[in-house]
Design a protein around this ligand. Structure first.
Ligand code: PAF
Length: 323
């Protein structure tokens, strides 16, 4: 080859290398127009803007890479770079996360956000390092409510023997056992099919999920029980993280914080509009009064003994005492 052509070829290759983009595979359980999709898009936009397009994001929404447990394992292995997940299976990786799943512990979204953004939440995020994961920010789903096809729920007795899908989460399992239901832990990708086939009667999730996943198509009754707050977490694969420069790490951190804020904004909106949307789509909705809710709280009291043993009464009291 002529030397000028050779030099031109080398220059083109070098330029190509300089502009090579690194692909970030980001996986989550719900559709792109859900609170997860909105957070993932904000994360992407921020990283792209702050790194001059050095990274390109490829989204895997709607459990395209499997359930949340498989995705987290993918992060540990380095086959998936980023995810946004519920706390459903997180306590299987970092047991202390389970304290955030205790029913009737958080009083409001504001209370939960203060705890998670404060020292307790940050201490839990830091523990993910030992599990080969980088937990960058707390996102949110909202308070969980019960949907089912059997009957409206007004008292714990209305749940008796109900085949209710729970997340694969021992804290939730203990609570629904205490309430007298027949809880069935199940990964999210199987839930809609199981509801369609009638192998389970119901499930519980926040309005953000019930609306985004159109659970009204497979569920008749919605009870606004608000029995437990449901956080989400934005995580990065440790092998991927360790290959990033300090500037890139800062961009991913900032992107996660902004993604989490967008997720909370989505939840604030759906908490206002979601019930009307679901009524328009044909769901029968009832709201537990303060008195009715107190009866549910009293029924899970026995599970609290278990929670004190696992997480320590001090920590649980510290969370309750946070303003
Ligand atoms: O119920 C669950 O498993 C979670 O809330 C979901 C729907 C996967 C969102 O993370």
């Amino acid at each position: 080859m002529h030397s000028a052509a050779l030099l031109a070829g080398i220059a083109t290759l070098a330029a190509g290398a300089a502009f090579a983009q690194t692909e970030v595979k980001i996986a989550y359980a719900l559709a792109p127009d859900s609170h997860y999709g909105v957070a993932a898009q904000k994360w992407q936009d921020t990283v792209e803007a702050e790194t001059d397009g050095k990274f390109t994001f490829r989204h895997f929404p709607s459990s395209a890479l499997g359930g949340e447990r498989e995705v987290i394992e993918g992060l540990q292995l380095g086959t998936v770079e980023a995810t946004i997940v519920s706390t459903g299976t997180l306590s299987n990786f970092v047991p202390d996360t389970g304290v955030t799943d205790i029913p009737f512990l958080f009083r409001s979204l504001e209370h939960a956000r203060h705890v998670l953004d404060g020292p307790i939440g940050q201490e839990i995020l830091a523990k993910f390092d030992d599990a080969g994961l980088v937990a960058v920010a707390w996102g949110e789903q909202g308070f969980r409510h019960i949907t089912n096809n059997r009957n409206p729920i007004e008292t714990p007795e209305d749940l008796a023997g109900m085949k209710l899908r729970t997340m694969e989460n021992p804290v939730h399992l203990a609570a629904f056992n205490a309430l007298g239901a027949a809880p069935t832990p199940m990964a999210w990708p199987e839930v809609i099919g199981a509801l369609q086939q009638g192998t389970i009667d119901g499930q519980e999730n926040p309005l953000s999920v019930i609306v985004s996943a159109k659970l009204n198509e497979v569920q008749k009754y919605l009870t606004l029980s608000g029995h437990v707050y449901s956080p989400a977490m934005l995580l990065i694969s440790k092998p991927f993280w360790e290959g990033l420069s300090d500037e890139d790490k800062a961009a991913f951190m900032d992107g996660a914080v902004q993604g989490a804020a967008a997720m909370r904004g989505f939840v604030d909106d759906v908490e206002t509009s979601g019930v009307e949307t679901l009524k328009e789509r044909g769901m029968e909705v009832n709201t537990l009064s303060a008195e009715q809710k107190a009866a549910f709280r009293a029924s899970v009291e026995s599970a609290y003994e278990e929670y004190y043993d696992i997480y320590g009464k001090d920590l649980i009291d510290r969370i309750s005492a946070t303003e």
